[in-house]
Design a protein around this ligand. Structure first.
Ligand SMILES: [Zn+2]
Length: 267
């Protein structure tokens, strides 16, 4: 089986000194490629440096998260532009809108997001998108970007079938995290899964966050080696095999981000 984890926050406090062991355990758990998420200029630089340390296994994203949008500036866009030029930086983001706690003002969030959306069209890289409690504004903005030529994935999707369909209909893919294993909070997503087209889904841990509730042994943080538990939950909800989920989602991620996996015997 080959799994691809499209979202790991290696720069987070819990994971930052553990990269080697995380990757070792991920490889042992059938994870054949990982995208290191960049959420700020600093963490996007770190993610790119990591990707160069593990060529062919790690790729990175570069973007500014809506939480940090109050600090957005033209210089930041220039700094991201340098990162996007690198081939191992395979996506624009994490970027988007988050009105849940409004760590940055909604107006500043839209400003930073709009700039990154048009940049993605220009640099022709897929978007790694974040949306929380901002669906109407988010949908309107990404729709315009897609019409201008953008494509991408809405990572850590947590909403219902209606929202998922609205995103899939305009051409975006959907990223599924351990949220899908949470029977309390994940009810809407869990009932959406059977309706979502398998050829539009990606798997991610969003580690160190969102540890899968169905995992039998757990560390104090989530890690890419736990991705199988997300695949397992999707498989159960869809009534198909884990192998089929892994194969379809990995194919989707390879295509969207242009990843070439180093070939290894499947088991
Ligand atoms: Zn996010």
């Amino acid at each position: 089986m080959q799994l691809i984890d499209i979202g790991v926050n290696f720069h987070s406090k819990q994971l930052r000194d553990l990269t080697d062991s995380l990757i070792e355990r991920a490889k042992a758990a059938d994870v054949s490629a990982i995208l290191a998420t960049g959420t700020s200029i600093q963490s996007s630089h770190e993610a790119l440096a990591l990707a160069h340390r593990y060529p062919g296994y790690l790729s990175s994203t570069a973007g500014v998260h809506p939480h940090s949008a109050d600090a957005w500036s033209a210089e930041m866009l220039d700094a991201l532009g340098m990162l996007w030029q690198d081939d191992v930086c395979v996506a624009v983001g994490e970027c988007g809108l988050d009105y849940n706690r409004n760590f940055s003002t909604p107006a500043n969030q839209r400003l930073a997001f709009a700039a990154q959306l048009s940049a993605a069209v220009k640099v022709k890289k897929p978007l790694f998108l974040h949306c929380r409690d901002a669906f109407a504004d988010f949908h309107a903005m990404v729709k315009e970007a897609v019409q201008a030529g953008a494509h991408g994935v809405v990572h850590c999707f947590t909403e219902s079938a209606d929202e998922a369909r609205a995103l899939v209909d305009i051409g975006l893919d959907i990223g599924i995290t351990g949220w899908v294993t949470d029977e309390k909070r994940g009810g809407a997503l869990r009932s959406a899964i059977p309706e979502l087209p398998l050829d539009r889904l990606h798997l991610e841990t969003d580690a160190p966050y969102l540890g899968p509730k169905n995992a039998n042994k757990r560390r104090p943080y989530n890690e890419p080696a736990n991705l199988i538990w997300v695949a397992r939950a999707v498989a159960q909800l869809k009534g198909i095999s884990e192998e089929d989920v892994a194969q379809a989602c990995s194919g989707n991620s390879q295509r969207l981000f242009g990843l070439s996996l180093s070939s290894r015997p499947s088991n």
